[in-house]
Design a protein around this ligand. Sequence first.
Ligand code: ATP
Length: 374
Amino acid sequence: MQAYLVGGAVRDSLLGYPVYDRDWVVVGATPEQMLQQGFRPVGKDFPVFIHPDSGEEYALARTERKSGKGYTGFLYHASPDVTLEEDLIRRDLTINAMAMADDGTIIDPYNGQRDLQSRCLRHVSPAFSEDPLRVLRIARFLARYAPMGFHIAPETLTLMQQLAQSDELQHLSTERVWQEFQRALGESAPEQFLRTLMQTDALAVLFPELLPAAQDSNTLSQINLASDPRVRFALLLRRSFAATPAEQRSQKIKLFCDQRRAPNAYRDLALQFCHHADQLCQFNQLDAAQRLGLVKNLDLLRRSEHLSLLLQGCAVICNNNLSVQQQLPLLLQALQQIDPKQLMAQGFKGKALGKAIDQAQLEICQQQIDGESV
Ligand code: ATP
């Protein structure tokens, strides 16, 4: 039996990138032999094993045959006589279909190295069209590699368009779609992910609500400027739901996030940002009560970790407008100095204590405004 490093690890090491995840393919072995060597099986009837020491994944070389809709509709055939080339041909892109032997030799039957050099994302075989997840994966790889000059081969783009226009995309699970989307939001050029989904018509099927943002070049450059994926998501939703009447916006955003199974951290920031971005960007024009209302609505006194994310979003939409970036953290700091115990020591309790805190907070907001006008 022979093990080869495959997929992303080979691609990234040839690109000179650090390698975090290493996947291996084992040729010429049976499941029983793997178990005898101490490997642990990943699942029942699935030819993937975990190395007892490194914890890395070792998959038996396999072929696959489409048996149903979606990316799960495949029948696998793993046996000791499946060759490395047969295993590599079922992979999505030529740059992901290379293997490396123990001695560092690259096995590259589908010209992945040529495509790495010409910065081309190209499918390996016509079987590419069998798995709709690949539309999302290739869009995500473009979001990662476009800044290095990569493009999608025209013939691959055509297959992606055909896939997106068939009914295959509807068979992807919500979790898998969100997973790819979230990963794309963390890549260096997430704008490319949306552009590619638009270009292939996949966006209209998977995220029709995001069409207004994806058609707006200003929003697309904004999401590239923000660095946190949650802020990028919030910027997209802000633009996408801009035309929704204010009283329906929360409900629509919540529905969108729930249907896509977006984690709460994404949903909450997007909701806050969509509602308060305008006020945040005009912070220096707000009076004391409005400033305090904003801090309370955003729940910043309890959840101050949101502050830096909100400010990141504001910096992007108001072109690094420094006023809110300086004023809001200062105000929050001052408000946090209010000590209810001191007020209690002065005899305030119950409702009167609440009122005294409110009053002290308002005064701090007013002091900030007075300080600004000096
Ligand atoms: P990343 O750096 O994003 O993790 P990766 O290439 O390592 O990229 P994985 O999802 O870990 O991505 O997949 C490992 C390898 O398995 C890929 O390089 C590719 O060869 C193959 N692969 C994974 N998913 C698919 C798919 N849907 N269709 C075809 N090949 C796939």
